[in-house]
Design a protein around this ligand. Structure first.
Ligand code: AMP
Length: 278
């Protein structure tokens, strides 16, 4: 696997592949890789003969009080995992490579970026749209692979790709979970043993709400019940539990079409998110 940090070397590698008619699948990440990320790499390998993974902890999507500075890192471990997964190239740029001096573009997102994560982390989706657009261009990607774990992010990236007519397709992979249901996340590394046990309640509460919705309960009722379960289980703060229509992320008062139940809550200083299809 090639490990590349600068844009010119990346361009040389992608040009070589393109000249041979080889398509490129991209897996953007913030590193500290786990089996969820590696499932994206496996999907990318099915989609194109060349796979690029990126590791970049993107400062434009973090607010000043968030965990940018302490985001977990293990580049040597990540390289070994990507190599074993059959990735062709790791692009691990520094901030000045992604946002060189004089970089002046910003993206403001509406539509699926509004509400939920967009309310609680107003900085995030503009930053995600910006870094993804930049990485798609730098990596000359024909297809990019994202995890359903970050469902609202998938909706935002699809929107920006469509709105800016970016010449690539967006593919998704279902959420990979631990045996007890907790969605794998780099941020799980922040959880101590007790919090790690409590964390399973997030997925369980969403599943319970899904059962209630299928039985005819209204979204408000089912979601407030789930929020109460989380508080009872020791979550310090519940940012939201919400039902959205799967197709277009519109709000639904009850389950009248395939939906996504999404939740975000804090265990101590750790913010967890999850979502399920319902
Ligand atoms: P991150 O490194 O957290 O920015 O995530 C990089 C990509 O991996 C995003 O597309 C995530 O949605 C995806 N991802 C993270 N965790 C999981 C998981 N448990 N299952 C599937 N995809 C995931």
């Amino acid at each position: 696997m090639l490990v590349i940090r600068d844009a010119a070397a990346l361009r040389a590698a992608t040009q070589g592949w393109k000249n041979q008619g080889e398509r490129i699948a991209l897996v953007p990440t913030m590193g500290y890789l786990h089996a969820g990320h590696l499932a994206l790499v496996a999907r990318a390998r099915e989609l194109a003969p060349r796979v690029i993974a990126t590791i970049f902890v993107n400062p434009t999507q973090f607010a000043p009080h968030e965990d940018l500075g302490r985001y977990p890192r293990d580049e040597a471990g990540d390289i070994a995992k990507l190599e074993a997964a059959g990735c062709d190239l790791l692009f691990a740029p520094d901030v000045a490579t992604v946002y060189p001096p004089g970089f002046a573009t910003r993206i403001t997102m509406a539509g699926p970026a509004e509400g939920l994560e967009g309310t609680h982390r107003p900085q995030m989706f503009g930053g995600v749209a910006l870094v993804c657009t930049r990485l798609f261009g730098l990596c000359a990607a024909d297809v990019a692979v994202f995890g359903e774990k970050d469902w609202q992010q998938v909706m935002v990236v699809r929107q920006v790709a469509r709105d800016l007519a970016l010449p690539l397709t967006i593919e998704t992979v279902p959420t990979i979970r631990a045996e007890d249901g907790l969605a794998l996340s780099s941020r799980n590394a922040y959880l101590d043993a007790e919090a790690r046990q409590r964390a399973t309640v997030l997925h369980a509460a969403l599943q319970h709400a899904a059962t209630r919705l299928r039985a005819g309960a209204g979204a408000e009722e089912a979601c407030s019940e789930a929020e109460a379960r989380l508080s009872e289980a020791g979550f310090r703060q519940v940012d939201y539990v919400a039902l959205r229509r799967a197709e277009d992320f519109a709000q639904m008062a009850r389950l009248e079409a395939p939906g996504r139940l999404l939740g975000a809550a804090w265990l101590g200083q750790v913010r967890l998110i999850d979502n399920i299809l319902v």
